[in-house]
Write a protein that binds this ligand. Structure first.
Ligand SMILES: O=C(O)CCC(=O)N[C@@H](CCC(=O)O)C(=O)O
Ligand SMILES: [Zn+2]
Length: 349
């Protein structure tokens, strides 16, 4: 085993040596493991049909994803399974993990729209991660995938859900929807405008089947009940190993939503009209007031809207909430999540 990783990927990421230099080994099963950078491990099997990025730690206090990535890297190193996909595992932002915070100076998951001026650690990290992912995808022509793993700040009416970014690429995202079902997730929501998130970066630049996954709710490191994520782990291992995906849950339903509107905070006076601890996917009937900013009122449109990721404390200029409505796509035809090809079943304002 790579001596740098012998104590575990997470431990190395949190307590790296001051003299880190990239290193690489080939396991007895022929799989190459390259420790490209602190927090970045690349796996290369002799033959591959997919190239899959699995990232965590983009927000330092969202720890179940970090535990899952650490566990998957250990399993590859222990040869517990043999991947048939190239893999890029990421544990980002050790400083924020140590500090048990979402970020230190700036929300890292809003910095993936291109090279950032290096004004703080998050900007440097976003630049480094974009370079790592670009180099990873450009090395081969395998089908690109990216799962950016997160956990929600608040309670949620759907405990595990995916957010599929809108991209301008003609990527049929039905395999991603099937993967979410096979992972026993509860819901997926489709964006309709570009964002600057990590999953959007991979979808937009490389046409990847990419999504942000919300794995339950934030908890301290090693205080997560990882049993909740066994179906997700099983589906990831099946995908990485070229095996058939597990069957969707026989007991859980799967809901699909489309973003109707993004509410952006443009002034310190921004207020949400509902309680700060409202759960994700709380539904508001048509006309119900949602937010207010200097006399501008936001209220739910025809058909009502559910609110996701409401947060009045975000920086000015950033998203303060997503509003969604149920959506029933025709899954017998290619499904694109982008503005140009969007059939647009609801009215937007
Ligand atoms: O619970 C919350 O409010 C935030 C959880 C989280 O970090 N979500 C991601 C979603 C990214 C996306 O829209 O794809 C984020 O806000 O960065
Ligand atoms: Zn997050």
């Amino acid at each position: 085993m790579d001596s740098q990783l012998s104590g575990g990927f997470l431990k190395h990421t949190l307590y790296p040596p001051s003299n880190f230099i990239p290193s690489s080994i080939t396991l007895s099963n022929g799989v190459n493991v390259s420790h490209n950078a602190i927090g970045v491990v690349e796996i290369t099997p002799p033959m591959a049909d997919k190239a899959i990025v699995i990232s965590s730690g983009i927000h330092g206090d969202e720890t179940a994803p970090i535990e899952l990535v650490d566990d998957l890297v250990s399993s590859v190193l222990d040869e517990a399974f043999v991947p048939t996909s190239r893999l890029l595992f990421i544990i980002a932002h050790p400083d924020a993990i140590h500090a048990h915070t979402r970020f230190i100076e700036e929300n890292l998951n809003r910095l993936f729209a291109g090279i950032n001026p290096q004004r703080n650690k998050e900007c440097e990290m976003a630049n480094e991660l974009q370079a790592q992912v670009q180099s990873f995808f450009e090395k081969g022509s395998e089908e690109p995938w990216h799962f950016d793993l997160h956990s929600a700040i608040r309670a949620s009416q759907h405990y595990m859900f995916g957010v599929v970014p809108a991209s301008s690429k003609a990527t049929d995202i039905r395999p991603l929807v099937n993967f979410l079902k096979a992972s026993h997730m509860d819901a997926v929501m489709f964006s309709r405008t570009p964002s600057s998130t990590f999953s959007w970066f991979s979808a937009e630049k490389f046409g990847a089947l990419a999504a942000t996954f919300e794995m339950g709710r934030v908890a301290r490191l090693y205080e997560n009940n990882m049993d909740e994520f066994v179906p997700l782990r099983d589906a990831l291992v099946a995908l990485m190993c070229g095996k058939a995906l597990p069957e969707p849950s026989a007991v859980k339903s799967f809901s699909i939503y489309k973003v109707t509107r993004t509410i952006t905070k443009t002034d310190a006076a921004f207020n949400l009209a509902f309680s700060d601890d409202a759960a994700n996917f709380t539904y508001f009937v048509e006309g119900a007031q949602l937010a207010e900013e200097n006399g501008t009122l936001y209220s739910a449109i025809a058909g009502g809207e559910a609110v996701v990721f409401p947060n009045s404390k975000v920086a000015i200029g950033q998203r303060a909430a997503l509003l969604v409505q149920p959506f029933e796509p025709d899954l017998s035809k290619p499904l694109y999540v982008n503005v140009e090809r969007d059939p647009g079943p609801v009215a937007f304002s």
